[in-house]
Write a protein of this length. Structure first.
Length: 329
């Protein structure tokens, strides 16, 4: 009986400590272990909520202190993975809307017949002013005739991910940002919005490829991917610093909000989901486990009016739709 009681205490202490360890590792490391913690920190947080209730009932003061330390570290380092935003910004026609969507090449391998049309229709229903596509299909650009200005990546390289941006506002500048040793990449456009130039980045960080293989091979692939993601995020950040103006970052980061690439790109910026999102903000499901991999980040020149996530299940990712207002425009 004593051994069982002791075992319970050890398990409780271990689970309580894992949240603290996870917060530290994710904040200061960029490796396979930090990658795993970046996925499972929400679960550890939920477990610690249950542990706190248990420890309070059992009056285990020492364990209560450890759990509270874990919560303190979490909220000191990260934002909540579940948002409850009751306050809505006042409706105003003077807004710009931006949609970001990894359309998975309009899902050519889907079992749904003609799934490309529902994807196109769902996008058109939003009537966004700017649409940023990742994994775009080059043959679909004629579907978006409502957008007189557009820019897509070069499709000559067959293994590279095609990206595109469609805009209702004039594009005054545009270019690609190549990622070395990667089929993924980034692009940007400068649009003329109310006599101001706004730069919009559309990025697709290195993708994870989990083919059936040995444990060592998988670990090696994960290590390579997270290293490339960090380098790509730093490359984008340096590019942004060379531009003196208003910036919006959109895209598929292929990493959670607890990862280093996210924090590199979010530097001094607003996350539209944190500002106005609700629920988990899920944009990707891994075996029905909700993950947020797609983002719209804005500098302090913008106010987020609204943020929407969807559950369309038309691609492997879900779109992110944001309405924003330029402050003091």
């Amino acid at each position: 009986m004593i051994k069982i009681k002791r075992l319970k205490e050890i398990v409780t202490l271990t689970l309580a400590s894992l949240l603290i360890v996870g917060c530290i590792i994710v904040s200061f490391q960029n490796n396979v272990i930090s990658f795993l913690f970046s996925i499972f920190i929400p679960i550890l947080f939920a477990i610690n909520v249950l542990l706190l209730i248990y420890c309070v009932i059992k009056r285990k003061l020492s364990l209560i202190i450890i759990v509270i330390i874990g919560f303190t570290m979490y909220f000191g380092l990260f934002n909540s993975f579940f948002q409850i935003n009751f306050k809505e910004s006042p409706t105003n026609t003077n807004v710009m809307s931006v949609l970001s969507f990894n359309v998975h090449n309009f899902y050519p391998d889907s079992d749904i017949d003609g799934v490309d049309e529902p994807i196109v229709n769902s996008i058109k229903e939003r009537k966004a002013d700017v649409i940023c596509f990742q994994e775009f299909s080059a043959i679909k650009y004629k579907k978006f005739k409502e957008y007189p200005y557009w820019f897509k990546t070069n499709i000559i390289a067959p293994n590279n991910s095609v990206m595109a941006i469609f805009s209702k506002y004039p594009i005054v500048n545009k270019n690609y940002i190549d990622f070395p040793n990667s089929p993924n990449g980034a692009m940007f456009i400068d649009i003329l919005y109310k006599k101001q130039v706004v730069r919009i980045y559309n990025i697709h960080l290195q993708s994870f490829e989990f083919a059936i293989s040995s444990y060592r091979t998988i670990v090696k692939k994960i290590s390579k991917t997270i290293k490339l993601q960090k380098e790509q995020a730093q490359l984008i950040l340096e590019h942004i610093k060379s531009f003196n103006g208003k910036v919006i970052i959109t895209g598929d980061f292929n990493s959670t909000q607890f990862s280093l690439p996210y924090y590199i790109l979010r530097e001094n910026r607003k996350d539209s989901y944190i500002e106005k999102g609700k629920g988990f903000g899920t944009t990707y499901e891994l075996l029905n486990y909700p993950l947020r991999l797609d983002y719209i980040l804005l500098d302090n020149s913008f106010e987020v009016v609204s943020h929407q996530n969807f559950n369309l299940k038309l691609s492997d990712h879900e779109p992110v739709f944001v309405k924003l207002r330029v402050i003091n425009d």
